[in-house]
Design a protein around this ligand. Structure first.
Ligand SMILES: [Zn+2]
Length: 498
């Protein structure tokens, strides 16, 4: 199945005078599903009587982003959703009765790191398998390092095609002059159109870049196609250097995980978001602020969005569910988890539809690799949260705060897919979309234990916590890959999305 099925669809849509769409001719509906539904054209789309499907999901409540919850059956063949409708007489090799359950699109996690503390070759296998268990079927992965991406990316692409269980949207980190110089060619030869800069890096891992560098990167992006996007780790590095020194001097090795939060004041986030938003407007480039962690940061984003169509904001499931007074030392992250008021502020923004996406910022590592028994000054940031992403959002958002699925689901499916250019192939349940689908067990409660996770990690920031609302069945490319927490997937089917 080729990606251009939507292109041909759109072309046919423009020139079509029949007023309906025929599945047999490989013209697929996407955004217009609602229009079709209202005019009963969905039924016209149905293939002929004797057509057989690979898989049918019947009687489920489909959560279709921006459309709402509809009770329809979904019919899948060759890894594609071919029909949606009420007709129960269709024949499928396998039928799942989803009566009483919600069916959502496969989750698109826009923000993942792989290959940081273990080789990419290993983690593209272990961590994407873990992701599937959490209902994530597509992930945006950041590729960093100090080398030219021409040296590192070809093997990444090969490993992804041969070992990944999920589909990958590549984001290239730009932190050296050589990488900045080559950006146009990355776009041209790899088809990569998502880049990232760190206004504040990670000590000894990722260098900070200054504004001259960022302006140069914007100029490079401006010469690419209009969908190219810059992702930004937005924190003011001077504020952080100052605060870090101050806290370290005052607390020394006795500094607690809660003190760590004070090394990254919210003001650092606020200032950097304001600055980058100005550049976004100046260069008219889509700019995506990753992992907004503070109340002040999200309020700044909301205010700026009012008159700046170029700025997008992401928060992460850990920032929506963990506070600094949590007793686990393993929550150390950059930016840090903060206070209850920040968690509530982020949820308020989610509830009001002011946050664009929720990602994970997953960095998989073990307690040893994290140096969990060292002073916070030596510990390394990160945690493996792919498997708990959906459950933590459902637990905190749906169950605790009563935010409906119609509001939550787009933030983890359609919005990231759209911002990073893979919608409607990903991020929705529509005729013509890839058959990546998750059936929820919305009331299932399960206690998190790091040692039981599929990830190669041995801890979880949710250690010992009971989360309510999990993926019960995961379908990737039309194949059931996880059922009741048990993986049935033998070979990988992930690929790099262009
Ligand atoms: Zn990150």
């Amino acid at each position: 199945m080729s990606y251009d099925r939507f292109e041909s669809y759109i072309k046919k849509l423009e020139n079509n005078d029949k007023g309906y769409f025929d599945v047999q001719s490989e013209i697929y509906n996407n955004e217009n599903i609602n229009v079709l539904k209202k005019s009963n054209k969905l039924d016209i789309m149905k293939p002929s009587e004797n057509d057989e499907y690979d898989l049918a999901i019947i009687n489920g409540s489909l959560v279709i982003p921006d459309e709402g919850i509809v009770k329809e059956n979904v019919y899948i063949r060759d890894g594609i959703i071919l029909s949606i409708g009420k007709d129960n007489k269709k024949i499928a090799t396998k039928t799942i009765d989803a009566q009483g359950r919600y069916v959502i699109p496969g989750i698109v996690d826009p923000h993942v790191h792989l290959g940081i503390y273990e080789s990419f070759e290993k983690e593209i296998e272990t961590e994407t398998r873990a992701a599937l268990h959490g209902g994530i079927t597509t992930m945006g992965v950041y590729f960093g390092g100090q080398h030219s991406h021409f040296k590192t990316y070809p093997s990444i692409q090969d490993f992804t095609d041969s070992k990944s269980y999920v589909d990958i949207i590549p984001h290239f980190v730009i932190s050296t002059n050589e990488q900045a110089y080559e950006m146009g060619d990355y776009n041209k030869y790899f088809g990569v159109n998502s880049f990232k800069v760190y206004m504040n890096g990670i000590p000894e891992m990722i260098p900070d870049v200054n504004d001259d560098f960022i302006i140069n990167v914007y100029e490079k992006i401006r010469s690419m196609d209009k969908d190219a996007i810059l992702c930004v780790h937005a924190e003011n590095n001077s504020i952080i250097k100052w605060a870090y020194k101050k806290v370290k001097k005052e607390k020394g090795d006795a500094a607690s995980i809660s003190d760590w939060t004070d090394t990254h004041p919210a003001e650092a986030e606020v200032e950097a978001i304001q600055r980058i938003a100005e550049y976004a407007k100046m260069f008219q480039i889509k700019t995506y602020v990753v992992h907004i962690s503070s109340l002040e940061g999200i309020e700044t984003l909301i205010r700026l969005k009012g008159n700046n169509p170029y700025i997008y904001g992401e928060t992460t499931s850990p920032y929506l569910s963990i506070t600094r007074d949590c007793c686990n030392k393993n929550i150390l992250m950059e930016p840090p988890v903060r206070d209850k008021k920040d968690v509530e502020g982020l949820w308020k923004a989610v509830g009001e539809g002011k946050v664009d996406t929720i990602g994970t910022d997953n960095v998989s590592l073990t307690q040893d690799e994290k140096k969990i028994n060292s002073p916070v000054w030596e510990m390394l940031p990160g945690y493996s949260v792919l498997e708990t992403h959906l459950a933590s959002i459902l637990n905190e958002g749906y169950h605790k705060r009563g935010i409906c699925l119609e509001k939550l689901v787009p933030l983890i499916t359609k919005n990231p897919a759209k911002i990073f250019g893979v919608y409607p192939r990903k991020g929705t349940i529509a005729v013509g979309s890839d058959a990546d689908v998750v059936i929820l067990d919305i009331n299932k409660e399960s206690k998190v234990s790091g040692s039981k996770l599929i990830s190669r990690t041995d801890f979880s920031p949710y250690e010992g916590k009971t989360l309510k609302g999990w993926a019960s069945l995961v379908i990737k490319d039309g194949v059931i890959v996880v059922e009741d927490g048990v993986s049935s997937v033998k070979t990988s089917s992930g690929k790099v999305l262009k």
